[in-house]
Ligand binder design. Sequence first.
Ligand SMILES: Nc1nc2c(c(=O)[nH]1)N[C@H]1C(S)=C(S)[C@@H](COP(=O)(O)O)O[C@H]1N2
Ligand SMILES: [Mo]
Length: 351
Amino acid sequence: MADGISLEELQLAARNHGMPLEALRWDVTPVGLHYLLTHYDIPAVDPATWRLEIDGLVDRPLSLSLDDLRSRPALEVVATMECAGNGRVLIEPHVFSQPWLLEAVGNARWKGVALASLLEEAGVLASAIEVLFEGLDRGCEGEEEQVYARSLPLADALGEDVLLAYELNGVPLPPQHGYPLRLLVPGWYGMTSVKWLARISLLDTAFDGYQMRHSYRLRQEEDEVGEALSRMQVRALMVPPGIPEFPSRARIVPVGECVLEGRAWSGEAQIADVEVSTDGGETWAEAELAPRSDGRWAWRGWQFLWNAEPGEHELCCRARDEAGNEQPLEAPWNLGGYANNAVQRVSVTVS
Ligand SMILES: Nc1nc2c(c(=O)[nH]1)N[C@H]1C(S)=C(S)[C@@H](COP(=O)(O)O)O[C@H]1N2
Ligand SMILES: [Mo]
């Protein structure tokens, strides 16, 4: 973070807040503590006139009101969602965009209609290979005026627990999280889960809009095609222990037994283990995983009992998933500053 952040980045940071890391203590992130990311403006949607259109390569195009959706069988999924740019300001050289530290994550209880059931109702034609999701929010990005739009290969759209959500933690979606309806694709980075959803179109070619072709790709250079981001990489985060100093947020921990705790998740596979280091990554010891409570898409709790001795300490945590994915000590740089899942480091003074 050698070069600091600009006023333009502060403007983004003030609109798009993270989840304070102490909120890792909640199994389900309370509304208002969940992170937020909106590229353009939050649209004001009138639920009386709003419709979801399902069109393109289908037998029976659908036009559904919010009541139509609410009257269908409901599906509830607890899912961890993380922005692909989480960790961006911790990579060097600096990448100009939403300046996330590590807080662009939340774990929420989403309720809605299974996307697969609606696509079945519409009757997807054999020629369809891709599903396009269009939001109502409009803006300009890379000198292109656009609505926020992302697509998924048909097989992924039909995936287990892919949801059109109208509720978050038991209340109607708040405006900032996509009222009245959003896509929720468990296990994938947040950009996939289009908010303020207005249209779903079945296509026979890959959609190459700005958010697919340009954003959310791992690239070293502008003219490179790069690799599309999809599932969340494995990560563990801890609640910074002790108390903070204001305004520096330097942390002070009392001498003696200290419970380090946090959460871990991976979009690729279940969490296999979490390790903690209290000496800046020299030595590691296994943390205890909490029982799995909220299904396969929710983050997993962990704890570690630390005997804190006087002095300066750098605390670290890292997770591994059942597919063998591990967190790096340092993540490779890329143009968008995406997918930095390097281990978290928390400096504390024990006194
Ligand atoms: N319509 C629309 N959907 C969107 C976005 C957006 O700007 N517009 N941002 C995406 C990104 S980058 C992320 S990380 C998540 C954030 O969801 P949240 O704000 O509900 O946490 O929404 C995604 N869906
Ligand atoms: Mo994001």
